[in-house]
Design a protein around this ligand. Sequence first.
Ligand code: NAD
Ligand code: ZN
Length: 382
Amino acid sequence: MSTAGQVIRCKAAVAWEAGKPLSIEEVEVAPPQKDEVRMKILFTSLCHTDVYYWECKGYTPLFPRILGHEASGIVESVGEGVTDVQPGDHVLPIFTGECKKCRHCLSEESNNMCDLLRINCDRGVMLADGKTRFSIKGKPIYHFVGTSTFSQYTVVHVGQVAKINPAAPLDKVCPISCGICTGFGATVNVAKPRKGQTVAIFGLGAVGLAAAEGARICGASRIIAVDLNPRRFEEAKKFGITEFVNPKDYNKPVQEVIVEMTGGGVDRSVECTGSVQAMISAFECVHDGWGVCVLVGVPKIDDAFKTHPMKLLSERTLKGAFYGNYKPLSDIPNVVDKYLNKELGLDMDKFITHSVPFADINKAFDYMLQGIGLRCLIHLDA
Ligand code: NAD
Ligand code: ZN
């Protein structure tokens, strides 16, 4: 029986207050409006960005809210004007969109800074009418980055829905919708190490390890991994990393350690921590003359990046990468196809280290806060 046009009642994990465990509630999910898609979420995984907005340290609080942005699912129904996807399509919701009309989407140089659908962590409502599609007994529940995937059904703008090959296993491709593309793309699309070059990766969560995989696939000769959590090094051994550095083991800045290890600095570095200190180290450890550093981590609201301008004048390059420089709708279906054809070179099983039923979603938060494992897959139907 079709549910199109009707309110759907389903389970969602609601964040009522900053830092308090999510609670599984029955929510009402309104039908999609113009340019919107309602989808059934089958799998979602936790990314550190969800944790920042749940902890809300320094960010504007917006509660009650349904978090979540790394996910996979199936279109249930579509709103007026939607022709790109239809019920039954397999899709990945993407936290940043592509309207295909604005100056960014039309630019050959800009990839994913869409004027309309660029990530917005502070907006908790839909663009069509400034309202939420989620409610509990009439009380509105806010959205998160337009995706809110910690719900069995969610409503997303069509410009944030990537239609993928239905042959792709929805559990395995779930982390492609954020962490994998973010890290992998930061290396292969932005840092672009040449064969034989040295690469430093700061932060060994799923994003950093995807960046390390990118370096391996580009043919890097040395991949130096930096993390403060020694537990991360065990997991990272499965990822072609050649050396590990824990800044805590040295009584000098880690950039000096890396410069010494490499006789002048690495050719490329990719920062995937969210720590401004690591961002500065990642920049200062690249070689003068040609070194390129790419920042990926989401900083704290009042962070400031401080370095001596001479570091830049001596021909180092500092870049930032958002969503791995991929265009969310135009590129992601190809990334999924490449994964299926084994051309991407990534084994998703290495990234999905834990899996829990929906009722245990708070365990995924515990794992991330304790730095245990990489991605924890949450089964919304279980
Ligand atoms: P994660 O928590 O799983 O991994 C981060 C790792 O960084 C941890 O292992 C931690 O121990 C390490 N770390 C923290 N401070 C460090 C320091 N000073 N030096 C060295 N290592 C340090 O997180 P994740 O989900 O892999 O995400 C990584 C970062 O990427 C986060 O900041 C996240 O918000 C960001 N992110 C950015 C985008 C984007 O498009 N730019 C998209 C997704 C995630
Ligand atoms: Zn993310």
